[in-house]
Ligand binder design. Structure first.
Ligand code: R5P
Length: 287
């Protein structure tokens, strides 16, 4: 077993190696002076079962290209099996056409990963589970919900309601709610344009309750913060939020800070840089 990583999330790769008691594979993923990616794999991988840990988070195109080049080099170096470990799968939100002439970028990315030479993919909390079917190689689709549930169980919160911030997230919310023996509620969200969220209604009883909003990812934090505001207006007593993937782009940090959310629990599928690490964030490891 050999484990390699690019520059997307080396800390997570190190944590996984420590857990497995396997040293991190010797590879240098750098840049040529014109910005192209350079790669040197400094140990034999012939006949090895190789795992490449590389979420395709921001900068998504660089991280994706590093992943493809790593897989290509390992294939040409006669690795026996190559598993692309992609804890966060970038472009997952472009998984179907919603308007004429839209791309299906999530499928294009699947084609690229397969063409590069991956034998298997391991990923977590895909924005749309159907992306598994974009691959003709095995996909292991893991979820961080048990890790999030353990964290909230330890807080021993009472009168708990788990809230899905949109209709698409109901199964995820139910999964968490069952583990916490909580009720669920659903926010009826609308997106008039990309990256803009509007709350229409709250379906379920939240007055006087402690609520936990759960999502696959927090990007600009519009969804989660608008949801929190609506929950507060409906009389929620205290508000928590959690997600697997802290994308945290644009105004996310300011929005979270200004929101009525007490605590935002996130996993380390994506590294959170120091300048985005607001005091409200709690970090859990998926290693
Ligand atoms: C949408 O369906 C996703 O599950 C997230 O709710 C959404 O992508 C979060 O984006 P933002 O934080 O920018 O509202």
């Amino acid at each position: 077993l050999k484990i390699f990583t690019g520059n997307a999330n080396p800390k997570l790769a190190q944590e996984i190696c420590a857990y497995l008691k396997v040293p991190l594979g010797k590879a240098k993923v750098g840049r040529f002076s014109d910005g192209e990616i350079s790669l040197a794999i400094d140990e034999s991988v012939r006949g090895a079962d190789v795992f490449v840990i590389q979420p395709t988070c921001n900068p998504v195109n660089d991280n994706l290209m590093e992943l493809l080049i790593l897989i290509d080099a390992l294939r040409r170096a006669s690795a026996w099996r190559i598993t692309a470990v992609i804890p966060y799968y970038g472009y997952a939100r472009q998984e179907r056409k919603t308007r004429a002439r839209d791309p299906i970028s999530a499928k294009l990315v699947a084609n690229l990963i397969t063409a590069a030479g991956a034998d298997r993919v391991l990923t977590m909390d895909l924005h749309a589970g159907a992306i598994q079917g974009f691959f003709d190689i095995p996909v292991d689709h893991l979820t961080a919900i048990p890790i999030l549930a353990d964290y909230f169980k330890a807080l021993n919160l009472k009168e708990l309601v788990v809230v899905s911030p949109d209709v698409g997230g109901v199964i995820r919310a139910r999964n968490l709610a069952e583990r916490l023996k909580a009720e669920i509620a659903i926010i009826d969200k609308r997106r008039p344009t990309a990256n803009v969220a509007e709350v229409m209604n709250i379906i379920g009883e939240v007055e006087g309750k402690t609520v936990i909003m759960v999502d696959d990812l927090i990007d600009t934090a519009g969804t989660i913060c608008l949801g929190a505001q609506a929950l507060k207006e409906q009389g929620a007593r205290s508000i928590y939020a959690c997600c697997t993937h802290p994308v945290l782009s644009g105004p996310a940090v300011e929005r979270l800070e200004a929101s009525p959310i007490e605590e935002v629990v996130v996993c380390n599928t994506i590294p959170v840089p120091a300048e985005k690490n607001t005091p409200k964030l709690r970090h859990l490891s998926v290693a």
